[in-house]
Ligand binder design. Structure first.
Ligand code: PM9
Length: 473
């Protein structure tokens, strides 16, 4: 008999949830312009918009908050954080930032020149935006398997070495300031990169004197998949695997709001002393002193503690298994989801879920809105809306993957919540032909998905035909 496991923690404080009725949700959705980013949190029942900053902190982290040293310069809390980053990730130099994009801004400004190219394993919205703002063109060098949502492949986040080397030959190594390797790859479905691939990419880049900078945002989740799937790592600890992963890089940006288990925070880390000196100069302009980088002393204490907790083998095993618990229920019900189930989220394939909608009818945006309408579950579009426009032609980028992300916050929800989400998705799938497309009525110039507004294409202005709503409250 397979023995079941439970959460490796018990609950000390709870936050009541409220569920609006169908008519209230319909009103809230309309007021939010059918954009789940614009729905008030109070109107959400189960919030799977993001795993970013939504973590439940531990009692030790809350305790650590009280020990924060709020000195403007030379805060003790900064040294605590610096030590944690050095110990767990192995880099020599660390610059704190208020969150991941703060680090992306510094890195992109320091390393990118107009006309450069930054290869990466699939784009991430804020990362690419900073690269482009500084004059670079992002080039996707992820393996082809990553674009096939239904293909079950263990390391879909891997970089295609042939694509990378072809780009180096085409544009010249001097035009590539660094390779940006995400571990794991968010928009591919939270898919990991193998240790072998990390090593091969690093070796190739060393040959051409190109730096490798990780987007380390979900690196602990990546380490778990290496332990689970890669030969030779099954008996190694997460901590040891993580340490080895970082030896195949020259630095990283980190959004501490994910794998560092905090609600705010990030950092930029590197081994190169010159780059560090420049980063110390630049950080004061955008974030603050190099000893706080936009964070309060207490935030740095909580992040240091979170970094240590994140490499606990039991914690990360439960984390990944909870995501899988939801994903497997959907797979069993025949729902098209990205396979294998990734580290932080279950991704619905909106093109296959709603085959009657054209790409321009924004299937993922419409599905995310429909899910909220059905059950108050908030998810996020990761498709054509998030893809933005081509900076030269102005045309919509059309990412091959048109997804709705059900993102699981860390240590927040129980598996009962996962059951409620699964029921709602399955219910919607049964009524899928009744879901209509959306059109954009307001489009912000950058990172449009955050603030864009939409309206249903149906003549009667309804998102879902009336029958779909009748079985939910
Ligand atoms: N990710 C997410 O929900 C929050 C913002 S949504 C645009 O997935 C990666 C891989 C991320 C990420 C944020 C950032 C930026 C960088 N890389 O949000 O600035 O998933 O801390 O990090 C979000 P910050």
């Amino acid at each position: 008999m397979k023995r079941r496991t439970a959460e490796p923690y018990k609950i000390k404080a709870v936050e009541p949830l409220k569920m609006l009725n169908y008519e209230e949700r319909k009103r809230a959705l309309k007021e939010a312009g059918y954009n789940t980013f614009l729905i008030n949190s109070e109107d959400v029942y189960i919030d799977l918009l993001t795993d970013s900053g939504t973590t439940a902190m531990s009692d030790r982290q809350w305790g650590a908050l009280m020990t924060g040293d709020e000195a403007y310069a030379g805060s003790k809390s900064w040294f605590t954080l610096e030590n944690a980053v050095r110990e767990i990730y192995g880099y020599k130099y660390v610059i704190p930032t208020h969150q991941g994009r703060g680090a992306e801004n510094l890195l992109s400004q320091m390393k990118i020149k107009e006309g450069d190219y930054v290869p990466g394993n699939m784009y991430f919205t804020t990362t690419r935006a900073h690269q482009e703002l500084n004059g670079a063109t992002f080039v996707d060098v992820i393996i082809d398997e990553a674009h096939d949502s239904l293909l079950d492949y263990p390391f879909k986040g891997n970089i295609d070495l042939t694509k990378l080397e072809k780009l180096i030959h085409e544009v010249g190594a001097e035009k590539i300031p660094y390779v940006c390797t995400a571990v794991t790859v968010n928009l591919a479905g939270g898919q990991p990169v193998s240790m072998q691939n990390l090593k091969e990419v690093y070796d190739l880049c060393q040959k051409y004197h190109i730096d490798v900078m990780y987007d380390a945002t979900r690196c602990v989740e990546n380490a778990f998949f290496i332990q689970e799937r890669e030969e030779g790592y099954e008996n190694k600890s997460i901590k040891d695997i993580l340490k080895e992963m970082f030896t195949y890089s020259d630095g990283c940006t980190m959004s501490g709001k994910k794998d560092c288990l905090v609600n705010i925070g990030g950092f930029l880390a590197m081994n190169d002393e010159d780059l560090y000196t420049r980063a110390r100069e630049l950080v004061v302009l955008y974030e603050g002193m190099p000893s706080y980088g936009g964070l309060a002393g207490r935030d740095m204490e909580a992040m240091a503690q979170g970094i240590y907790e994140s490499v606990d083998d039991h914690y990360i095993q439960h984390r990944i298994h909870q995501v899988r618990y939801l994903g497997e229920q959907l797979i069993d019900a025949g729902i098209p989801v990205v396979k294998p189930i990734g580290g932080h989220a279950v991704f619905l394939d909106a093109k296959q879920f709603l085959p009657h909608l054209k790409h321009e009818e924004l299937p993922a945006q419409s599905l995310a809105a429909s899910l909220y309408l059905d059950s108050g579950v908030r998810s996020m579009e990761r498709g054509i809306v998030s893809g933005g426009r081509n900076k030269v032609t102005g045309e919509n980028n059309k990412p091959k993957l048109e997804l709705v992300r059900l993102t699981i916050p860390r240590r927040v929800y129980t598996n009962n919540h996962m059951d409620v989400v699964a029921d709602s998705v399955i219910h919607l799938y049964e009524k899928r032909e009744q879901i209509t497309g959306l059109e954009m009525t307001y489009e912000p110039p950058t990172l449009r998905f955050f603030n864009a507004r939409f309206k249903p294409l149906a003549v009667n202005g309804e998102l879902i035909g009336s029958e779909a709503s009748s079985t939910t409250t």
